[in-house]
Design a protein around this ligand. Structure first.
Ligand SMILES: C[S@@+](CC[C@H](N)C(=O)[O-])C[C@H]1O[C@@H](n2cnc3c(N)ncnc32)[C@H](O)[C@@H]1O
Length: 384
């Protein structure tokens, strides 16, 4: 059986001419793993970091595999895999799972689209080496421009054999075997105390910014007391390591905060940050794509430090998608506070999507705005 990658969609993720649902890394991983997949028993294969289902669905189709265990950090990748699996009649060949021991127990073959973050690499490698079969074979790969020698050093701590393969179309495969059962797993989430904010920040490997406080977020935190002072509920959209959720909850004990992110690591990190600061009663954490599960007109205050990278591709689409989501979920008179890189100039887009938009503060790098949802429920399209 052959698998036609051309049928894969990115949906519901952003689709555009320069964005693709599979890359040469998928081909390389699958080619290198071909013989191992041919002889794999059901339930012995784990797939990591699959973008839109190429690895999972090609394995299932070409090698007639079932019982695949799949973990994807982003919820939109999970939805895209489900969508593509449904269309190709493979909805029952895999189970989506969180990153943890169960994903790897007794796994014989692991297919892995390598992450760019060394922390994520270490967190995953430690789990594989600890829980997978001693004879596990890991077929990994990545885009050459995102691969560094430091990655090999990290991987060598967890595998006795780390063998790079021949590069093809700007991707390179890596074959890992001989899990070092004696390797000391780094402990995740990592935890750091920030004296200036009086906050513990926790982060799993795949979390934006790790345990650091993002510079844009740091700029925004000074304005927490001004954000819709009468609000009883706030949403931290794209909560990452939970800095904004924790700062809001700590500064305003009457406020209930919902931190939400499409990244599983971010959700786990914000949960850990809330616990570490004894704020778990005030902070709820939800994994969701762009507020999809939130009722329209339900929020008085949303705080956002939007991403401007989609994977490795610079693309402003994601910020605009989050502005539109915010406009739907804000109640009339509700406020969106947004911090962004000064050169991005989102003010017009915010006014158009949400309502009257005012620049609250600006420094050499960042702009902080507040947009107020028009009482009529339609954006006013003005800015001041
Ligand atoms: C620039 S980071 C900000 C993280 C955190 N709020 C902070 O201040 O450090 C943007 C966050 O948005 C999240 N994100 C990206 N796309 C999203 C989506 N469609 N729905 C929800 N969150 C998303 C990312 O996972 C990331 O954690």
């Amino acid at each position: 059986m052959v698998f036609d990658f051309g049928h894969l969609r990115r949906f519901p993720d952003i689709e555009a001419e320069n964005l693709f649902a599979h890359d040469a890394t998928d081909d390389l991983i699958l080619q290198q793993a071909y013989a191992a997949l041919e002889t794999s028993a059901p339930g012995s294969v784990t797939v990591l970091g699959d973008r839109y289902g190429a690895l999972t669905l090609a394995s299932a189709t070409v090698h007639d595999l079932s019982g695949l265990r799949v973990s994807q950090d982003g919820i939109s990748g999970e939805y895209a895999l489900a969508f593509n699996a449904d269309r190709s009649g493979h909805a029952d060949v895999y189970t989506s799972m969180a990153l943890g021991p169960e994903l790897f127990t007794e796994a014989e073959v692991v297919l892995w689209q390598l992450p760019r973050s060394l922390d994520e690499l270490a967190e995953v490698a430690a789990l594989i080496s600890t829980y997978a079969s001693p004879t596990v074979q890991v077929f990994a790969g990545g885009r050459i421009k995102h691969m560094t020698l430091a990655m090999n050093t990290v991987l060598a701590e967890y595998f006795s054999s780390v063998v790079p393969g021949r590069a093809w179309r700007k991707s390179r495969p890596l074959h890992l075997s001989g899990p070092r059962k004696e390797a000391t797993a780094l402990s995740f989430p990592k935890k750091e105390f920030h004296a200036e904010q009086g906050l513990w920040i926790c982060a799993h490997g795949a979390t934006f910014g790790g345990t650091k406080i993002d510079v844009g977020t740091r700029f925004l935190l000074d304005y927490v007391p001004q954000m819709r002072p009468d609000a009883s509920l706030a949403i931290d959209l794209g909560c990452g390591n939970g800095t904004i959720s924790a700062a809001l909850a700590k500064a305003r004990p009457e406020l209930k905060v919902i931190g939400t992110d499409q990244s599983a690591a971010a959700v786990a990190s914000t949960t850990a940050t809330a616990l570490a600061n004894a704020l778990a009663d005030q902070i709820e954490v939800v994994r969701d794509d762009a507020l999809a599960g939130f009722a329209s007109g339900s929020a008085e205050l949303i705080v956002l430090n939007p991403p401007f990278h989609v994977g490795a591709t610079v693309h402003a689409g994601i910020a605009h998608k989050l502005f539109a989501a915010t406009a739907r979920v804000l109640a009339p008179g509700g406020e969106l506070w947004c911090v962004y890189n000064r050169h991005l100039d989102y003010k017009g887009a915010l006014a158009k999507a949400v309502g009257t938009t005012r620049v609250v503060a600006r420094n050499s790098k960042f702009t902080l705005t507040v947009s107020t949802k028009a009482a009529s429920g339609t954006a006013e399209g003005s800015s001041s």
